[in-house]
Design a binder for this molecule. Structure first.
Ligand code: SF4
Ligand code: SF4
Length: 219
């Protein structure tokens, strides 16, 4: 028996008593993290009106162009949502979707959330375009979905480290000021676009003096 076979058998024996890291899907399913982003759900209010007001903000925020909406005016005789309009057509193309959650973040009424449904395979591409009828919560089952989890502040360990005044990654919390010019002193020019445009910007704001000011070339 060669040494390689013995080595392989030793590895097998070493792992025989250990708990498997795999699960027998679909009989067994893993517990998902609370902020897992799966298939979208459209929500209702407790009075059964639809939360979506057909504003298109989610479609505008979507980087994958995965959302298609056709809005329709509400009337007093046929009120579907509390706003002026509601989504008559609301399609999400899950073949395009990258599950980034931007649509959820953009929605002003909490109408769309990404939930824990991840069993989305199909042999037919058309099955992967989910329509409003499939996405909308049934009447009498109004929830706010994973918004409930996102409303809670994230745990401190998730704070993103960014360069602060010391210009090293010190692990302190991210902020718009810190990731832009923010509170970083700019004795040295910090270029946002290019040197010429940056110079213009500094002249306009008058807050920062560029070092080594370059003479602008006349056109
Ligand atoms: S999760 Fe991202 S990619 Fe998918 S529909 Fe929403 S915004 Fe678009
Ligand atoms: S889901 Fe939200 S963001 Fe999208 S159209 Fe409806 S109300 Fe607007």
């Amino acid at each position: 028996m060669s040494f390689d076979i013995l080595k392989g058998m030793a590895t097998t024996l070493k792992n025989m008593g250990k708990k498997p890291t795999t699960v027998s899907f679909p009989e067994e399913e893993r517990e998902l993290p609370p902020r897992f982003r799966g298939r979208h759900v459209l929500h209702r209010y407790d009075n059964e009106l639809e939360r979506c007001v057909g504003c298109y903000l989610c479609a505008g925020a979507c980087p994958a162009d995965a959302i298609y909406i056709e809005a329709e005016e509400n009337t007093e005789e046929d009120r579907v949502s509390p706003g002026e309009r509601y989504a008559k057509v609301f399609d999400v193309n899950l073949l395009r979707c990258i599950f980034c959650g931007y649509c959820q973040a953009a929605c002003p009424t909490g109408a769309i959330t990404l939930e824990h449904e991840y069993k989305l395979a199909s042999f037919y591409p058309e099955d992967m375009v989910f329509h409003k009828e499939q996405l909308l919560e049934p009447r009498g089952q109004a929830t706010i979905g994973s918004n409930a989890v996102w409303f809670e502040p994230p745990p401190p360990e998730t704070a993103q480290p960014v360069p602060q005044e010391s210009k090293v990654f010190d692990g302190s919390e991210a902020s718009a000021a810190a990731v832009g010019l923010g509170n970083i002193h700019t004795e040295e020019p910090v270029l946002l676009v290019n040197e010429e445009q940056d110079e213009d910007r500094r002249e306009i704001t008058g807050k920062m003096k560029p070092v080594g000011k370059k003479k602008r070339q006349e056109p």
